[in-house]
Design a protein around this ligand. Structure first.
Ligand code: GZL
Length: 327
């Protein structure tokens, strides 16, 4: 090989190497967000099967409109696979940023990575992804949401203080594989076990849905007639369980304690009425904090890996006074 052709070969090889490295580096970098007067934002919702999710969507939409942002919305109707496709469609539409409420922790990883590869930053809302597969600050900007382990723990701590001898627990779990279901179970089960004197006689998913919650509660009450506590991972299933308890000829809140998480108006009213004994709030109004985090990120602020939402607590001591503020 002549000197000239050898030299040009080395230059060419170096250039190819640099491009490949740059390409790899680009995938390793968290996409940035330019500071602009307006944005085209995507919100990939998991489903609209209950008041909580509807309130979350309304908050995200209303705040975007207030800011004059273009709002691209999709509803996965309860399918993680469709939610991945929804994110891919937002990428194709060239949104500036994607807000994603991942239905389950693992199946939405490809969506997070596809957005990153396309140079579009993702902010996770309300539900998280599996931390062994994707990381805040590397693969997505941050997770904005409640501490679900703490929510489950707070329910258990209230029960340990107020059970008055009741001890046989039926647990109605949220959507299988979702971070709120996983962590509300972990937080409650660990704390109630540590308290001693309680038994979880059955634990089954009601998919965060009212009617499924009612059906599962009916079946489990028949299988466990000695059950005297129902812990539901959300209000919808707790309200379904109330119907099941009454169908069994028992008094909810008295014969069988009912504990819940979310704190929607209907559940807080049920606390006032004595049918639910205590509820940990999980506020769905994400809009203000979501777009405030967008603005901070665009400005170049370092965003904490978890922007934590604080949750209120409702029981007979404050439910009537707090009812007007519930979502
Ligand atoms: C919690 C959220 C849960 C609510 C349910 O952040 O993901 O999903 O607790 C909703 O009501 O379906």
């Amino acid at each position: 090989m002549s000197i000239i052709s050898r030299r040009s070969f080395i230059l060419a090889a170096t250039a190819v190497g640099a491009v490949a490295l740059a390409g790899t580096m680009a995938f390793a970098e968290l996409p940035k967000l330019a500071q602009k007067d307006t944005y085209k934002v995507g919100f990939a919702q998991t489903e609209s099967n209950n008041p909580w999710r509807i309130a979350q969507t309304e908050s995200m939409k209303a705040e975007a409109e207030k800011l004059g942002y273009q709002f691209v919305y999709t509803d996965a109707a309860g399918s993680a696979a469709k939610q991945v496709a929804d994110v891919n469609s937002m990428i194709a539409q060239g949104v500036d940023i994607i807000f994603l409420a991942p239905r389950e922790e693992k199946p939405l990883i490809p969506a997070v990575m596809a957005a990153k590869k396309a140079g579009i930053p993702v902010i996770l809302l309300d539900r998280n992804v599996d931390q062994s597969l994707a990381k805040a600050g590397e693969d997505y900007v941050t997770f904005i949401g409640s501490d679900f382990i703490e929510e489950g723990k707070r329910v258990a701590e209230w029960l340990a203080k107020n059970a008055n001898g009741k001890s046989k627990i039926i647990e109605l779990e949220g959507t299988t594989g979702s971070s709120p279901a996983n962590d509300r179970k972990k937080g409650f089960d660990e704390a109630i076990t540590a308290a001693g004197g309680f038994t979880i006689v059955a634990s089954q998913t009601g998919d965060f849905a009212r009617d499924k919650g009612r059906q599962v509660a009916e079946a489990l009450l028949q299988a466990h007639p000695d059950a005297d506590v129902i812990y539901a991972h959300n209000d919808e299933m707790a309200i379904g369980a109330i119907a099941a308890i009454e169908a069994a000829g028992k008094v909810p809140g008295k014969d069988i304690l009912v504990l819940s998480i979310d704190g929607g108006k209907e559940a807080v009213q049920a606390v006032v009425d004595g049918k639910i004994n205590a509820v940990v709030e999980c506020n769905p109004r994400f809009g203000p904090k979501a777009y405030e985090t967008l603005a901070r990120y665009a400005k170049g602020d370092a965003i904490e890996p978890w922007v934590i939402n604080t949750d209120k607590f409702y029981d007979p001591s404050n439910a009537a006074a707090e009812l007007a503020n519930a979502y």
